[in-house]
Ligand binder design. Structure first.
Ligand SMILES: Cc1cc2nc3c(=O)[nH]c(=O)nc-3n(C[C@H](O)[C@H](O)[C@H](O)COP(=O)(O)OP(=O)(O)OC[C@H]3O[C@@H](n4cnc5c(N)ncnc54)[C@H](O)[C@@H]3O)c2cc1C
Length: 399
């Protein structure tokens, strides 16, 4: 039997995350959006509330929750402030390569500290000349003595200036593309590692983004994740586990946008009637609601697949591609319903609209999700019509 209901524990987690968003995110979101400051006090409170690092297994001090539970929390928080939630969730993205490929020693050394104190880990894959084409990484890893020396730059790395360590993807030989990629854990205080100044962004301004530069940075061999050449696979496995959450982010943002619009149509009068009375407005709300419901169903399916230990690449791409486009559309229509008020910062719609755009870009753009899905339909998908029956070949049957 298919069951769409959440368990008692999941509902309680949802309640805690919602309460956190209402108390600590929504009231402060405008301040952090305006200033672009790193929301350190909110992060601290989140960590103290036990709502961060949810995927860290119990044996390393974490709550050991599944992707599904992480998505439930992310939906609530993104409805509060997408930017703060990106700052919070990046620890899960940064830690995922260690969960995917780390040894017990690596997990003990790098995951446990995240549960003992507020520490940050960043995921360092993208580079100034490479985002979508992960196999095209140019940061070099050269084997030297009992370790590796890293040279190169990463760009758009969330939380980088605050990171205690990074999970870094680098190549032994860029001409060999994905075959030469390696994943490393790199302590931020390693000599030769530095971060650039935060970049100005249109949205998610409560998250800090900067470059990371490696100049002859020595990384011990024990910080290699998996083995040499496994980097590409580790990155792809990581995305399969984290893309459902980007769909959950999008669902939360869209839900908030719809709820602001729902409240507004009860207040605003046009042509002597409340906005809620107009069919066109009701249709817009109906479209938003359908998109939110579909987005949620898709991220739940993707998370459920990942938690079963099955390959979630395809459902994760379906969920991410659909929900991120939906969030953009819902944010735009919710803003439209607010008219001129949607365009100014008296209401949160213009911020949500700016925030929504990022979901179509990071963790694999909308185009990359469609590339994955197009290839799946052609080469991976098992058609129900193994042999397509001849269409229209018969007249009316006599049975
Ligand atoms: C605020 C922010 C935070 C980020 N945080 C992180 C982070 O923490 N860690 C990290 O590693 N990265 C991070 N990123 C980087 C992000 O993942 C990349 O920007 C993204 O993957 C796209 O890469 P790109 O910008 O190089 O675009 P490109 O790869 O140059 O793509 C440009 C355009 O071409 C399209 N395109 C590319 N290839 C194809 C193709 N084969 N077919 C059709 N169209 C194609 C893309 O979809 C896009 O529209 C972040 C980015 C931003 C903006």
């Amino acid at each position: 039997m298919i069951d769409f209901s959440l368990s008692k524990e999941q509902l309680e987690l949802q309640r805690r995350a919602r309460e956190f968003a209402h108390q600590y995110m929504i009231p402060y979101a405008k301040y952090y959006d305006k200033t672009g400051e790193f929301p350190f006090p909110i992060m601290k409170r989140c960590w103290e509330s036990g709502l961060m690092n949810l995927g860290i297994p119990k044996e390393y001090g974490g709550p050991g929750l599944g992707i599904l539970e992480q998505c439930i929390v992310v939906e609530e928080m993104a409805a509060g402030c997408p930017g703060m939630t990106t700052s919070i969730y990046v620890n899960s993205l940064g830690a995922e390569p260690i969960l995917v490929a780390g040894t017990d020693e690596q997990k003990e050394k790098y995951l446990r500290p995240l549960t003992e104190d507020l520490k940050f880990v960043s995921f360092a894959c993208s580079e100034p000349y490479m985002g979508s084409d992960v196999a095209g990484i140019r940061t070099r890893a050269k084997k030297e003595g009992n370790g590796y020396v890293l040279n190169g730059s990463k760009f758009w790395i969330t939380n980088a200036p605050y990171a205690d360590y990074f999970t870094v993807f680098a190549s032994l030989d860029p001409s060999k593309r994905h075959k030469a990629l390696c994943a490393f854990i790199v302590d931020a205080d390693t000599p030769g590692v530095r971060t650039g100044p935060p970049v100005e962004k249109m949205g998610h301004r409560a998250s800090t983004t900067s470059s990371v530069i490696f100049k002859d940075a020595k990384v011990p061999a024990e910080n290699l994740l998996g083995s040499e050449g496994m980097g590409f696979s580790i990155a792809m496995q990581t995305f399969s586990m984290t893309r459902p959450a980007i769909a959950a982010f999008s669902t939360g943002l869209a839900r908030a946008a719809m709820e602001y619009a729902r409240a507004y149509v009860d207040k605003r009068e046009v042509f002597t009637k409340k906005l809620r009375k107009f069919d066109v407005i009701q249709f817009k709300l109906a479209e938003m609601y359908m998109k939110i419901e579909a987005s949620r169903a898709l991220y739940l399916k993707a998370a459920w697949t990942a938690d079963k230990g099955e390959n979630a690449t395809v459902p994760a791409s379906v969920a991410k591609a659909y929900a991120t486009d939906a969030a953009m559309e819902v944010a735009s229509e919710a803003l439209q319903i607010h008219g001129g008020y949607g365009y100014i910062d008296q209401y949160p719609l213009e911020k949500l609209f700016r925030d929504a755009k990022l979901y179509q870009i990071y963790e694999g753009t909308s185009e990359i999700q469609r590339l994955i899905l197009g290839r799946h339909v052609l080469d991976g998908y098992v058609p129900a019509m193994e042999k397509i029956p001849k269409w229209g070949s018969k007249k009316a049957p006599d049975f």
